[in-house]
Structures are given as C-alpha cells and as structure tokens.
Design a protein. Structure first.
Length: 450
C-alpha cells in the first residue's frame, strides 16, 4: 500500500518562502503510515508541508524506501517546489546520502530526530536548554561522523551536509564537547536540587506536570497557579504570560516554569516542563535528563492526557508515559483527562472504562473552561504526602509571635487561641516543618513584665 499527494494547483507555490517548503514521507513495515504527527512537527519547525508520500514495505538498506518510491519522491519534490524532505523514520547516514543523490540539487533530507533537534534549537531560550539541545545534537552526530567522512571522501564533496571535511580528530572533538557540556549541566542540576530542597524546607510540596505535547499542560497550569512566577532561573514558558494565548502546536515550550499553585491548605509549587513525544531514542531523552529531574524528583506528578484523542492513542501514550516515569520516579501519579469539553455525552464514561487498567481513577477536567479544576485541587491535596498534626502552647513573647508567624507561613493553622499570657496553636504541616517548630519552641522564654 503506497500513496502520495501534494501537487499545487495551477503551479501556485503560495506565499510561504521556498526555503521552508517540505514534503513529508514515511515507511512502515505493515498497515498504513500515519503522517499527522510528523506534519505537526514540521509545522512547529516552520515548514509549510506541501506534499506527502508513504510506503508499506520492508526497509531498503540503501534507500529506506524502494528505489521506485524514491523516484516518486523526486517527482513530488519537483512538482511542489519543495526544498526539504522530512522523513518520519530513523534514516541512516548512507540512506540520507543516497536519497539526497536522487533528489534535485539543494533539497535537504531531514529525518525525524534531526527535525526534533531543529525544533528544540528554535525553542531553547535559556543556557540550560541550549546546552541540552547542543548535547542532543552531538549525540546524534557522533555515530554519523565516520560515515559522513567516508561519504564526503567518496563523493569528493568536503562540504557534504554542511559539515566540512572530516578527519580522525572529529570524533575526539565531539566526545570532548559532550564531556564539557555534561559537566556544566551537572553543575546546573546540583544548584537546582539545592533549590528544590530549600523549597521543601520552607514547607512547599512540589508537583510536576507531565504528559505528551499538546495535552494542554500549560493551559492547565494557568488554571491551577497563581500569577506569581517563583522560578529564579526565569526559564519561563512564553504561553504562561497572562496576555498570551495557548497555541495548538507542538513544543511551544522547552524549558521549565515553576509557579505557586492556589490550594486550600497546602503551599504547592507547580512545575511545567517539555512534553513527551512518541518514539524518542534513549540518547535524546538522556540529553534532557536535567529538565526531566523536575518530574522525577517531585512529590506528586499530574500526568495530563488529551481525552479527545482515540482510546488506543490515549492507551499507547499512557503506557509510554508510565514507562518513562516509573523508571526513576517514586512519587504518586494522578492521571488527568484533559479537554473533556470536546467529548460527546457518554464518551468520557466509555473512555474511563476502556482505560481503567492504565488510568485508574483519573480526574476529568477542561483546562480551557475550568470544569473539574476544583476537584483536581482536592485530589492534589489528598494525594500529597500526609501532614502531621501538632499542638504547641507558647509563652507570649516577641520570639513566640515570630514563631507563630513562621508556622502560618509553613503550615496550616487550624486554631489559634490566647489566654493567661500564652498562645495555643493547633496546626498541620510537613513532618520536617513540625520538627523544626518543636525545636524553635524549645526554650522560648515568656515576655518580661514591665
């Protein structure tokens, strides 16, 4: 089963600059190739998708596709005046070279992972994000260096794929750069871990938003969070600005943003981060490990799923997300079915039943309308680690009133009463906060009489 499309009407190439026109292609072993995600990815990278091509067959070692299908691809590129071919497969360097040799001169061949790296590079606005993108790019390039050197020599094109001449020092240089970037990222990660512990010591619970891109995480964060951004690194999502609109596109955000969430009793910091995407290789996930630490090291994870997608697609994403999260995360995970405003009557109940094995007791919300958000707040407070109850009776003094104020800031005061030159405080807080309150209360002297 094969197919292609994309001939422009009356030769019109549209208003999109020619250098950003792309044909998307994909080969599958069986069934029908799905091009919706790669089309979204190409659009996120700034390409106008002007043609599509698919093929169902075993992989051809030389061309990925069959030789006849590559000829069809060449004709489609000519008809659409495309300048790039985006292939939704992991294309080897020899295959890339061979396909490029069959296409019109100047047409770039980009595989799935190179496209993702291009998107990441466009979104990286902080030092940490830029380092992670550079690290991922180097890990992508390392196994290709030797092959590209051989190809450049064979084809007598020193500038093949824009990478210049290769010699034996190239691989050593890539490895050196990887090591240097890893060292700098480890230093950043250590500072972030220290900041997380400071926040916990201040009484905050840490909640992370996880899920696939376009699940609505950033919109949900706006519903849950206060307007104050508390992330000292200012790795801020542009769509969290109060005047910004949420965009229906992949990778609108890349860094992390932490904001104080509005809860009834607890002080909660909510962190949003880059979304998952299907079929990411291990080397790419590893490159963004320090960003994912905000998920791995949280007290609670909200796994956001687009409930408007088909059940099988939701199931596949849930299973993959669980594999990623449970590998290193020990915190409880609450599944959030988002975008329920798009569902027909009765559809939510059917999806709950069909996915009960991978999503027990999900919370259904619409981040867009706010429906179900109050129930989600209650669930967050219920799922976070238990607080400890304590009663302290303190002598009235300036030091004691400072402690009372500190407990209000770090816990939840149920009752506060004054009698006989004493203040009695009944409160709940994290065990570490209760222990510190007891320590501070020890030895408090009564106020001196005047």
């Amino acid at each position: 089963m094969t197919g292609s499309k994309g001939q422009p009407t009356d030769g019109d190439t549209g208003s999109v600059p020619r250098e950003r026109r792309a044909v998307v292609a994909k080969r599958v072993e069986s069934g029908s190739a799905e091009l919706s995600e790669i089309t979204q990815l190409a659009a996120a990278a700034g390409y106008d998708v002007v043609g599509e091509l698919t093929q169902t067959r075993t992989e051809d070692a030389a061309f990925m596709f069959g030789k006849g299908k590559v000829a069809e691809l060449r004709d489609l590129v000519r008809r659409t005046d495309a300048t790039a071919v985006v292939i939704d497969n992991d294309v080897g360097p020899y295959q890339t070279f061979n396909i490029g040799g069959e296409l019109p001169e100047g047409v770039e061949v980009i595989d799935r992972f190179a496209l993702i790296l291009e998107i990441f590079g466009q979104r990286a606005n902080t030092r940490k994000a830029q380092l992670q993108v550079e690290l991922a790019g180097l890990r992508y390039e390392l196994p290709r260096a030797e092959a590209k050197a051989s190809l450049a020599k064979r084809d007598e094109r020193p500038g093949f794929m824009g990478l210049g001449e290769y010699d034996e020092s190239v691989e050593r240089d890539i490895k050196r750069q990887i090591s240097e970037i890893q060292d700098e990222l480890e230093s950043i990660a250590a500072k972030e871990e220290a900041r997380r512990e400071q926040r916990r010591d201040s009484g905050f619970d840490l909640v992370a938003l996880a899920g696939y891109t376009n699940a609505g995480k950033s919109t949900l964060m706006r519903q849950l969070a206060a307007e104050i951004d508390v992330d000292e690194n200012a790795e801020r999502h542009p769509d969290l600005d109060t005047t910004a609109e949420s965009q229906d596109m992949l990778f609108t955000t890349l860094g992390t943003t932490t904001r104080r969430a509005e809860m009834e009793k607890r002080d909660v910091l909510l962190t949003d981060t880059v979304g998952f995407i299907a079929d990411l290789p291990h080397w790419l996930v590893e490159s963004f490990e320090s960003t994912l630490d905000s998920v791995y090291r949280a007290d609670l994870v909200l796994l956001v799923v687009d409930a408007s997608e088909p059940v099988e697609e939701m199931r596949e994403k849930l299973v993959t997300s669980h594999d990623t999260l449970y590998e290193r995360n020990e915190a409880p995970i609450v599944t959030v079915f988002n975008k329920v405003d798009r569902l027909a009557p009765g559809e939510l109940a059917d999806k709950r039943a069909a996915l009960s094995g991978v999503a027990p007791e999900p919370v259904a919300v619409s981040a867009k309308t706010g429906a179900g958000v109050a129930e989600l707040r209650d669930r967050v407070e219920a799922e976070l680690p238990d607080w400890e109850r304590e009663r302290l009776v303190l002598p009235l003094s300036d030091d004691a009133m400072s402690l009372v104020s500190w407990i209000h800031d770090h816990g939840h005061v149920e009752e506060e009463t004054y009698a006989d030159d004493q203040v009695a405080l009944d409160f709940e807080a994290k065990p570490s906060i209760v222990a510190r309150a007891r320590s501070k209360a020890t030895g408090l002297a009564p106020a001196e009489s005047t």
